[in-house]
Design a protein around this ligand. Structure first.
Ligand code: GUN
Ligand code: FE
Length: 427
């Protein structure tokens, strides 16, 4: 994808690695054909002729990555959060998703979701749609037009859902999925399909087996849910008595691994030793969704452990289990819940730090999209310009201190400009 060629000027802030955040005041960030050339303290002579976009005084950070979000649930965010997962699905999520059979409703609802995502600090996302092919294609059309870069999944679910939402057979679900893949093949530059079995309780063995075959034939990434809630984990053990752990139930069908574009598993709150070892062996990416895990009282994922094991970890909003789309908010939540976990549950796992949370929301999740999530040479040119002037006090803050406050205090309306793979979306 050829983005544009330009220079950004501002207070630059980005991850060097998991432990280190760099801050460059009045820095120059050069983008050539949608890819960063790097950060410079003075503009090198060879770039002197390029157009300069001057954001002096503003904080410029990499675009944030939402590894797990349900677009159709955006409409009812903030509702029903006194329930736990399985009741919340039955009473809130499934009835709302059934509405997306109506294409007009879907188009109107998705316009709101896409517009908020476009205006906020996230540049990329992995998105669940619903089981409906026309509505999923509508969502993909809208996301493509927004300039965001996304992976979008038509959801597969052929059991344990109300009739209005459940697919009538595994064969029908697979047929619809293949038709969706055919219809969208080569249609988009920024929008890719991702296979999306909802979770094990929603998918028969026959469906999962067929999805494994489709995955190999089309070389597709996969996204789903894993070990989120106690009742859910017990249910999976009953549904798949042959499986040695929840993750094994996906793995058995070739839906749990880093090959073929990777696999994202949301939550992993309750993963045991065997599952953690399997995620590591297969290079599964964990989408940590702290706000959702708090709202639905699912628990707190042992993210420190996952980082120490060297697992790939990023952040997800999980709207509408989570209520905020901004991954700035997910960073703050990840830190806060890790402190409660440390204090109340397991003192061997230290709380997450600001550099770690920032890394997860940028480079950690960005890795699922390739070279994404920092300003180093060769990375795709995603950037968000934050106007933090309303936080300015009588004294000066360093750039990394300003980032820290932005994580806790800034909102969508503070995003002054956004670039995705070198394309300017606004500002
Ligand atoms: N597990 C299966 N479906 C869902 C969903 O829509 N949200 C969450 N948080 N967990 C799920
Ligand atoms: Fe989810």
């Amino acid at each position: 994808m050829n983005g544009q060629t330009f220079v950004l000027k501002g207070d630059l802030c980005y991850s060097i690695d998991r432990y280190t955040t760099a801050g460059v005041p009045d820095g120059w960030l050069v983008c050539v054909d949608g890819v960063w050339e790097g950060v410079f303290r003075a503009l090198p002579e060879r770039y002197a002729g390029l157009p300069v976009l001057d954001y002096t005084g503003k904080l410029v950070i990499p675009g944030l990555v939402d590894l797990h979000v349900h677009a159709p649930q955006y409409t009812f965010r903030g509702l029903g959060l006194d329930l736990e997962l399985l009741d919340w699905l039955d009473q809130r999520a499934f009835p709302e998703e059934a509405r997306y059979a109506d294409e007009d409703y879907a188009a109107a609802a998705y316009r709101r979701f896409v517009e908020e995502m476009r205006r906020g600090p996230n540049s990329r996302a992995c998105v669940f749609a619903t089981r409906h092919v026309p509505a999923t294609e509508e969502l993909m059309d809208q996301l493509e037009a927004s300039g965001l870069i996304t992976m979008v999944g038509k959801v597969n679910m052929d059991r344990n859902a109300p009739e209005a939402l459940r697919e009538s057979s595994a064969a029908g679900s697979l047929r619809d999925t293949a038709a969706w893949l055919e219809e969208t093949r080569g249609k988009y530059r920024r929008t890719r399909p991702i296979l999306t079995p909802r979770f094990i309780p929603s998918c028969t063995d026959e469906l999962l087996s067929g999805l494994g075959e489709l995955r190999r034939a089309w070389e597709l990434p996969v996204q789903s849910h894993l070990s989120e809630n106690r009742g859910e984990v017990e249910w999976v053990q009953q549904l798949c008595p042959w499986s040695s752990c929840y993750g094994d139930a996906y793995d058995h069908f070739g839906l749990f691994g880093g090959a073929l574009g990777g696999t994202i598993m949301a939550h992993c709150v309750l993963s045991g030793e065997e599952e953690i070892a399997r995620m590591k062996e297969r290079d599964v990416t964990v989408a940590h969704c702290p706000q959702s895990n708090t709202n639905l009282a699912s628990g707190i994922a042992p993210v420190r452990r996952y980082l120490e094991e060297g697992l790939s970890v990023g952040l997800g909003s999980d709207v509408a289990g989570g209520n905020h789309l901004s991954i700035l908010r997910a960073m703050a939540d990840a830190i806060q819940v890790s402190k409660l976990r440390w204090r109340l549950q397991d003192e061997s796992l230290r709380p997450l730090t600001i550099p770690e949370a920032f890394w997860m929301g940028t480079l950690g999740g960005g890795a699922f999209f390739g070279k994404v999530g920092t300003f180093r040479e060769g990375y795709e040119a995603d950037a968000v310009v934050l106007d933090d002037s309303r936080l300015a006090g009588p004294r000066e803050f360093s750039i990394t201190e300003r980032l820290e406050r932005a994580i806790y205090l800034l909102e969508e309306r503070d995003v002054a400009a956004k670039f995705v793979a070198g394309t300017r979306l606004f500002g």
